[in-house]
Design a protein around this ligand. Sequence first.
Ligand SMILES: Cc1ncc(COP(=O)(O)O)c(C=O)c1O
Length: 355
Amino acid sequence: MNTRDLLENTAARSASYLASMDRRAVASTSEAIARLKELEIPLPNHSTSPEQVLALLDEVGSPATSATAGSRYFGFVIGGSLPAALAANWLAGAWDQNAGSSAISPVAGRLEEVALRWLLEIFGLPADCGGGFVTGGTMANFTALAAARRAVLQRVGWDVDSQGLFGAPLITVVVGDEVHPTLLKSLGLLGLGRDRVLRVPCDGQGRMRADALPKLTLPCIVCMQAGNVNTGSFDPAADVITQAHDAGAWVHVDGAFGLWAKAAPSLTNLVAGFEKADSWATDAHKWLNVPYDCGIALVRDATALRQAMAVTAAYLPQEDSRTPSYYTPELSRRARCGSLGGTLFARAQRIGRID
Ligand SMILES: Cc1ncc(COP(=O)(O)O)c(C=O)c1O
């Protein structure tokens, strides 16, 4: 089978899979899960034809999926991708670009610039914010918090890039008591500790209580939540951000799904005030219905993000055009902005009124 036939076969199988979404059970059946044994073959010494591999994946693998791509899946805050995003994602797969460099992939670099500009407009953030396209909310929080860590330590004369955290001034990290566990993981990865955080008591809806904020000693990072995954509630942005900024703290917002409320006029009141923060994390693979994996880290001070993420942080070369890998932990990565761009294009007419 030549490449064209193989890809057409893949498209046909994918279309049949999606067409089955409304007929099949949302969860995979026990029979489908039992068939996964067929994948447990010893590492072969011989090659298998691509169409056989595809047939095995489709015949054994497809029934053992959860029907998250369909309209009857209501678990968590995840959901299927829009047709435009899926199609753009396929094309991005065929491109097989290394999106870490605009020189290697001019189109990937340009798509990031355009998508970033549009996203900042949607979220009502300054056009000169820095942004990085990462795998998901966990990595978006990690990336933005790395910029925060660097910046708050720099303010007290400590260079975390060169010295690490050994002997560094202690950073006060504040979270709401119903912080998403992955944000604590990000803090742990950054050496800020999962358990040494100060937890602010929450109200009955899981909102951080602004009247219960501890004394904020510098250097300090306050992590807020725009969208509690259990209740959908939003932390009181105006009150907390004012107090935190008055004390000189950096405010980070985990808006994995909730930040998108900004695109729905009937919901913008929920996110009012969060635009005053210093950094934000969100997922396009949640409410925007872009294929996995597509997280976005946004930082008001683009230089802070760039200095935290660039390979050569201390001696940043001049950028003629934006170098994507200066804004993310990874150097090489796929052109995920292809699918994000597909969705934004498709939704452009409606983005101001997605409700
Ligand atoms: C509020 C919040 N933060 C962070 C995450 C982690 O996002 P991801 O699964 O994309 O890493 C989630 C995921 O549900 C979330 O709801």
